[in-house]
Design a protein around this ligand. Sequence first.
Ligand code: RIB
Ligand code: CA
Length: 313
Amino acid sequence: MTARKIIIDTDPGQDDAVAILLALASPEEVEVLGITAVAGNVPLPLTAKNARIVCELAGKPDTKVFAGCDAPLSRKLVTAEHVHGKTGLDGPVLPDPTMPLQDAHAVDFIIDTLRSEAPGTVTLCPLGPLTNIATAIRKAPDIVARIQEIVLMGGAYFEVGNITPAAEFNIYVDPEAADIVFKSGAPLTVMPLDVTHKALTTRPRIEAFRALGTEPGRMVAEWTDFFERFDMEKYGSQGAPLHDPCVIAYLIRPDLFSGRHINVMIETAGDFTLGMTVADWWRVTGRAPNAMFMGDVDADGFFALLTDRIGRL
Ligand code: RIB
Ligand code: CA
């Protein structure tokens, strides 16, 4: 099996960091063409710095990292330091990166890569607000037909919102960008909170990372130790949902996930429902399906894969 060519668009964030480690630890299945940072969990300078910290932790300092959009298309940036801490990677203390940021803007890298690689051979993996992806589509509509698939973490249906009662964070931060992506016509696979809230970092799962006895394993354990307090206080859950690694795990083991091909629209005007993913799970609207909306995951299989791959770094 040839490795899938991917671009990871990300706002690290501890869970983004674990997703990046999983991708960099799985060269047989995914070839990371580049990592594009976007403003989200924390402002852009920090997400661009954190992406490089993670690449160096993975022992891959040659990975190309690009800075992208520093604010949503038409709204003020909303960040999530209350979840991820001031640095976005709170938990362990990590050295500043020494690898450089690429000169090109992330949006231009996305466009140029899709135009230069063979059509249908590049998968976009957004793990944060969809600002970079939507900006690339607006700037170069021709790239949509060249995208193999967009596999993103975002949205919610049965789990409702985590930043408002109705909306999940990545979609809420830039609903106009999400609207562009969900209406683009590109093949879309969505990992909503309905799935990620079933991928919880229970204590034994965190200890399995620590037991790897490696620096990456220790980092993942300490990030999830920090990251889980928000969800445990809010939901009373046993552990934190590892949202973003679900995207990469899907590329490696799609059989771990199940869902439905349905219509999903983005609320961009609601006073109380702004950023809601209006998922037609019961197919009552007659609107054409535009997304594979995941609903379930084999959590034990997911963590077994994650622990095995992190252990390879
Ligand atoms: O709602 C969870 C999502 O928002 C995750 O991608 C997390 O990293 C934040 O970006
Ligand atoms: Ca993220």
